[in-house]
Design a protein around this ligand. Structure first.
Ligand SMILES: C[S@@+](CC[C@H](N)C(=O)[O-])C[C@H]1O[C@@H](n2cnc3c(N)ncnc32)[C@H](O)[C@@H]1O
Length: 223
């Protein structure tokens, strides 16, 4: 049965909540098909609801992970986690955020358990869930503030030396400001001061927190 696009009149009135159906989601994702099939390409859905876009992207990425690594179980586990680290979402409603995290976790866990069977581990499950709770956040995508008034902060996850993971946290407003500079440079090729642009970009590219390098199955031990 097709999923309902509207939960209540009040939610439509107060938050413009009308969910996109699967056919439209996939048609839109097909416009950037290569990126959706690149395990590491990052996506941010700024009004993610319960994750209609993110869940389809995760399924596409996991299909690629499976086609490449289903006979190499350690690699399957690590690359499927890399796919999870690449997805970000914000929604203003806490219940949507929780539903989105649960949905993405279940998609990942179902595939992971099917492929790894008795080699699957609860540590990897915990790591996956933890990463999702850092990547799918409750807040206002327009003000880029959380509901408590503090800035929305996203974690960047970088794999180093195989299975080691480095986490750096950045404010969303600064990530987007840096992206804006790159976009402006591309449009304005002949009309910008390269040195000033470079310095501005570098000043924005400063994490607010760095975490120790750790095995990816143990990221949850740092807060
Ligand atoms: C039209 S629905 C789209 C949901 C999902 N992206 C989809 O396509 O199915 C809009 C979503 O944006 C959320 N929303 C409304 N205002 C927002 C804001 N300022 N910041 C973040 N999310 C917001 C709503 O709670 C709702 O889930």
């Amino acid at each position: 049965m097709a999923k309902k696009q509207v939960k209540s009149k009040e939610r439509v009135r107060d938050h413009g909540e009308v969910f996109t159906n699967e056919r439209e989601v996939n048609a839109m994702l097909d416009l950037v098909k290569n990126e959706t099939e690149n395990i590491e390409s990052t996506f941010l859905e700024p009004a993610c609801g319960d994750g209609n876009f993110l869940s389809e992207i995760l399924k596409r990425k996991l299909n690629i992970v499976s086609s490449r690594y289903k006979n190499h179980l350690d690699d399957y586990e690590m690359y499927s986690i890399i796919a999870v680290t690449s997805l970000y979402g914000v929604d203003i409603l806490q219940d949507n955020v929780e539903a989105c995290i649960e949905r993405l976790f279940n998609i990942w866990n179902e595939e992971y358990t099917k492929i790894l069977k008795s080699s699957s581990s609860d540590k990897a499950r915990e790591a996956c869930r933890y990463i999702l709770t850092k990547n799918i956040l409750c807040g206002d995508a327009l003000t880029m503030l959380k509901n408590d008034g503090k800035p929305i902060v996203f974690a960047e996850w970088k794999f180093v030396n195989g299975t080691m993971l480095k986490r750096r946290d950045y404010e969303l407003s600064r990530i987007l400001a840096a992206e804006q500079i790159v976009a402006t440079e591309e449009i304005n090729l002949f009309n910008f001061d390269e040195e000033v642009e470079k310095q501005t970009r570098e000043s924005l590219d400063v994490p607010i927190k760095e975490y120790p390098l750790t095995d990816y199955r143990e990221v949850q031990k740092y807060e």
